[in-house]
Design a protein around this ligand. Structure first.
Ligand SMILES: NC(=O)c1ccc[n+]([C@@H]2O[C@H](COP(=O)([O-])OP(=O)(O)OC[C@H]3O[C@@H](n4cnc5c(N)ncnc54)[C@H](O)[C@@H]3O)[C@@H](O)[C@H]2O)c1
Length: 288
């Protein structure tokens, strides 16, 4: 059993609402705080819709879905985070915004509360500087879509206390029913450090005319058993997100494997971000 039973989440966008849904499904009390009332309403509707889909598929009873939803508080003010045992920050990937949010969170919660960031590319050690008590801070890197992805990377800094890492681990395992890996604060953590150079290599192969997009994707699906090819996967992650992650890792490590090839850069400059805009390496059905 996790001793964490009340979870605060800051930012109710793609990731925040997904983390909230996972926590609600696991029976946690959830406070979802966002500076935008529209984002909060959108998040509640999204979670409600997903719970209803589980009812339609007979995975949850109507009573269970309504009990889960009753555990959710949406809040447009950070004071509501006061009683939370852990707060996960999931606001945009902008250092200044995150530093300000983390400082505000620390003002609200008790000394024993764990504070975490879901950043993909900002060093956790750099974000820790926002806090007076850096020992209580870790990275909790979730994957999209959160309710379906079992892994959470727990990123510890030189300041993170053993108690904080243990509490984060217990929260991920018993509090959310997900699988943690505990890693050091390095660019790309583990998953993106391996995945992004692979996606860039596929784009580079296409750019050089070595193979066409269908051939590259089919080869990795049928030759390696990947559920989708690297160019399709990049389209689903978002080509803008892939570029941003590659640039952040390259800025720190200067590894040529992290240089964004021209074709990918041009697609992003053209606004072709992949599935979410209807076009990337491939053309996709327009998403709602
Ligand atoms: N999208 C992904 O696939 C993914 C995967 C892993 C990690 N991440 C990371 O998760 C974080 C959030 O990404 P996202 O895609 O959910 O972003 P998003 O843009 O969908 O959502 C961000 C939310 O934060 C809110 N917000 C902005 N400023 C705020 C403030 N000062 N106080 C409170 N709320 C504020 C916005 O209103 C918005 O609802 C980023 O750090 C991103 O790098 C994203």
């Amino acid at each position: 059993m996790s001793t964490i039973t009340a979870v605060g989440i800051v930012g109710s966008g793609t990731m925040g609402r997904g983390i909230a849904e996972s926590a609600l499904r696991a029976g946690q009390q959830v406070v979802l705080y966002d500076s935008s009332q529209d984002a909060l309403s959108g998040a509640r509707k999204h979670i409600e819709g997903n719970l209803q889909r589980s009812v339609d598929k007979e995975q949850l009873s109507a009573q269970e879905a309504s009990d889960r939803l009753a555990l959710l508080t949406t809040a447009a003010s950070p004071d509501s985070l006061a009683g939370c045992h852990i707060v996960v920050e999931a606001v945009p990937e902008v250092l200044e915004i995150k530093l300000a949010v983390l400082a505000t969170v620390e003002e609200q919660v008790s000394r024993t509360a764990v504070i975490a960031s879901n950043t993909s590319s900002i060093p956790i050690t750099k974000l820790a500087r926002a806090l007076s008590h850096q020992d209580r801070f870790v990275g909790l890197h979730f994957f999209n879509p959160v309710p379906r992805m079992p892994l959470v990377e727990i990123v510890q800094t030189v300041h993170s206390s053993d108690a904080t890492v243990a509490a984060a681990r217990q929260f991920v395992e018993s509090g959310l029913g997900k699988t943690p890996v505990i890693i050091e604060d390095r660019p790309g953590f583990v998953v993106n450090a391996l995945l992004i150079p692979f996606l860039l290599a596929a784009a580079r192969m296409l750019d050089s005319g070595y193979a066409d997009a269908e051939t590259i994707d089919k080869s990795m699906r049928l030759g390696c058993g990947h559920p989708m090819g690297p160019l399709t996967l990049a389209d689903f992650i978002g080509l803008d997100v892939v570029c941003a992650a590659a640039d952040a890792m390259h800025a720190e490590l200067r590894d040529p494997a992290q240089v964004v090839p021209n074709n990918l850069r041009r697609l992003v400059e053209a606004g072709y971000f992949g599935a979410k805009t209807g076009r990337g390496f491939f053309v996709h059905e327009a998403s709602a």
